[in-house]
Write a protein that binds this ligand. Structure first.
Ligand code: SAH
Length: 349
């Protein structure tokens, strides 16, 4: 396991394994997570210990490979590279209350949602806890900022990489490290119901977002294969358990595909599904991708669906379009980069 993916307790055990005092483990933890460093040289660890660790252990690095800066607002899209040259993307957004960062949890994805670019090449591999933390640390160092909100909504399905995301979020929460409150973390999932129960039982007040995108099983089956395993009702039941256990409101992401999921009937079905659940709906206009070139609704059509929901006493907001000039959908940048054709979206060089 990579040293900078370990907890303080685990690092103390590593120190003891190398016949060092346990506090050397704490020093390592502080170096990785308080100073955000990955190079042991220059630290006040004994030279022999550094040499042994460098020789026998692994320390992961995350590098910012490319930056695409919006000319319209302060949004940045970023490509991160890992030691094995795999790349993922992320987004940094500035809001009144601070910075939010969208973090990737896997290279690729195996969920197969038809509209999503991240899944088109399948799952390459899970990211380790540090490979997720490093996305945040590198951004903070590059821009000299503190990121206050973390959203697991980049490439990958967080609940398909469960152990690593939990470890990542606990490290992020650690007061000696990033010291982020669990309430400022959001996990977005296509609806891996079993894992939603596990997450609820962790008793961490993390915000849960569900990518719903349709209101009945027949239609949802066609766009999100996960729905064949966990039906909408199963996912909603898991959400109710989560909401009751953590006292939190569940966000439902709803990508609007004009003519497919924005009818009066959809609004009515949504009301029935969400009855008795503390919820909020986030409407996202579809970003068409090459393999799924369906209709993106215009502003009026999005507003009209929002009104339909509000008439039924559901609360909905339309996702603010930040960085619309660099608005490649989830996973699109990475794929373009791999094909060597990013120049049309790259405004930073
Ligand atoms: N696997 C997780 C998180 C990654 S996807 C999940 O499913 O929630 C992040 C969000 O972007 C999801 O809500 C996803 O459904 C949405 N999304 C993916 N491709 C999109 C597209 N082309 N247009 C609009 N939203 C998209």
């Amino acid at each position: 396991m990579q040293l900078n993916s370990l907890t303080e307790e685990e690092l103390k055990e590593v120190a003891i394994k190398y016949n060092e005092k346990a506090f050397r483990g704490t020093q390592l933890f502080n170096l990785f997570h308080s100073q955000q460093k990955t190079d042991l040289n220059g630290s006040n660890l004994p030279k022999k210990f550094i040499e042994e660790l460098e020789d026998k252990e692994e320390i992961a690095n995350v590098k910012i490979l490319e930056e695409y800066a919006s000319k319209l607002d302060e949004t940045k899209k970023l490509l991160f590279e890992f030691d094995d040259e795999n790349i993922v993307e992320g987004v940094l957004m500035k809001y009144k209350h601070g910075y939010s960062q969208c973090v990737s949890t896997q290279v690729g994805c195996r969920m197969g949602c038809v509209f999503c670019a991240s899944t088109k090449g399948g799952l390459i591999r899970n990211l380790t806890p540090y490979e997720m933390l490093g996305q945040v640390y590198e951004v903070e160092k590059k821009y000299n900022i503190k990121v206050s909100n973390i959203i697991l909504m980049g490439s990958g399905e967080p609940l398909d990489n469960y152990e690593n995301i939990i470890k990542f979020l606990k490290l992020l929460h650690n007061e000696k490290g990033h010291n982020t409150s669990f309430r400022n973390m959001t996990i977005s999932t296509c609806g891996v119901a079993d894992k939603i129960y596990d997450l609820a039982d962790e008793n961490l007040p993390i915000t849960l977002a569900i990518s719903l995108h349709n209101t009945n099983n027949i239609s949802r089956d066609k766009i999100m294969p996960i729905n064949k395993k966990y039906k909408i009702e199963d996912t909603i039941k898991a959400c109710k358990y989560y909401s009751e256990k953590t006292g939190s409101r569940i966000t439902f992401e709803y990508t609007l595909i004009h003519g497919q999921n924005d009818s009066e009937e959809n609004a009515l079905e949504l009301r029935e599904l969400l009855r008795g659940l503390k919820s909020h709906i986030n409407l996202i206009p579809l970003n068409p991708i090459e393999e799924y070139d369906e209709k993106r609704p215009d502003r009026g059509q999005v507003e009209s669906f929002k009104k339909k929901l509000e008439k039924l006493s559901l609360t909905a907001t339309i996702r603010r379009e930040l960085g619309s000039d660099i608005n490649a959908s989830c996973g699109q940048l990475r794929r373009k980069y791999k094909r060597g054709g990013t120049s049309e979206v790259c405004s930073s060089n």
